[in-house]
Design a protein around this ligand. Structure first.
Ligand code: GRF
Length: 212
């Protein structure tokens, strides 16, 4: 069974969705760069080992990433799952885990890479927004896409209400992506593209606002 390490920085709701998804893998540890991340308590309540590697203890990104990699490799992780991990990783770290490092991002990439995705979507007046699970590559939020979910943007949405609608979908697609990777139904191929066995195709389009 594949071993998974989850990296967090905060509340860890995506991490929790993974812990509760009964995945065909062993979640061996949750690591945070912040000692006060709420997700650490949730992980401990689930009986998962936790560790803190604080970026403040290291002189630069490379030193922090080296320390982080050492802890991850101590758990013999096959897959490293970023779940609200708010540090930019060095190219060296990303290369070390090529095809084994994934992230979830709260937008339909390549739209709205970076932060404040919900505010920017509302500002632009887009009618459909969503979330993306992707392999991590050196360019921020630009790696090959594994799965996306789209949600409608509603007339009276605020960043908070839109974020909640997107987060609900995050909690559905992240476990799915991890399940595929654990079962080797999807993978990163030699050309850096997502390859897969035959996966379910969606049945219908999302039209927003709805047709009347
Ligand atoms: C999520 O919106 C995720 O997409 C982004 O950071 C947020 C983390 O939330 N990368 P949580 O800690 O999983 O609740």
């Amino acid at each position: 069974m594949k071993k998974i390490v989850i990296l967090i920085s905060g509340r860890g709701s995506n991490m929790q969705s993974l812990l509760e998804a009964k995945l065909p893998c062993e979640i061996v540890a949750v690591i945070s760069n912040k000692a006060d991340a709420g997700g650490l308590t949730v992980a401990q309540e689930h009986g998962i080992a936790t560790a803190v590697v604080s970026h403040r203890d290291y002189a630069d990104r490379a030193a922090f990433d080296a320390a982080l990699a050492q802890v991850i490799d101590g758990y013999r992780a096959d897959l490293v799952v970023l779940a609200g991990f708010m540090r930019i990783l060095t190219d060296g770290f990303v290369e070390r885990y090529r095809g084994r490092l994934i992230n979830i991002h709260p937008s339909l990439l390549p739209a709205y890479a970076g932060t404040h995705t919900h505010e920017r979507a509302l500002q632009d007046g887009v009618k459909i927004h969503g979330c993306t699970v992707h392999f991590v590559t050196p360019t921020l939020d630009a790696g090959p896409i594994l799965i996306q979910a789209a949600v409608p943007v509603l007339r009276d949405d605020t960043p908070a209400s839109l974020s909640a609608r997107v987060l609900h979908e995050e909690h559905r697609i992240y476990p799915q992506a991890v399940r595929w990777l654990c079962r080797e139904q999807v993978w990163l191929d030699e050309q850096g593209r997502v390859a897969s066995n035959r996966l379910e195709q969606p049945g219908s389009a999302l039209v927003s606002p709805g047709l009347s």
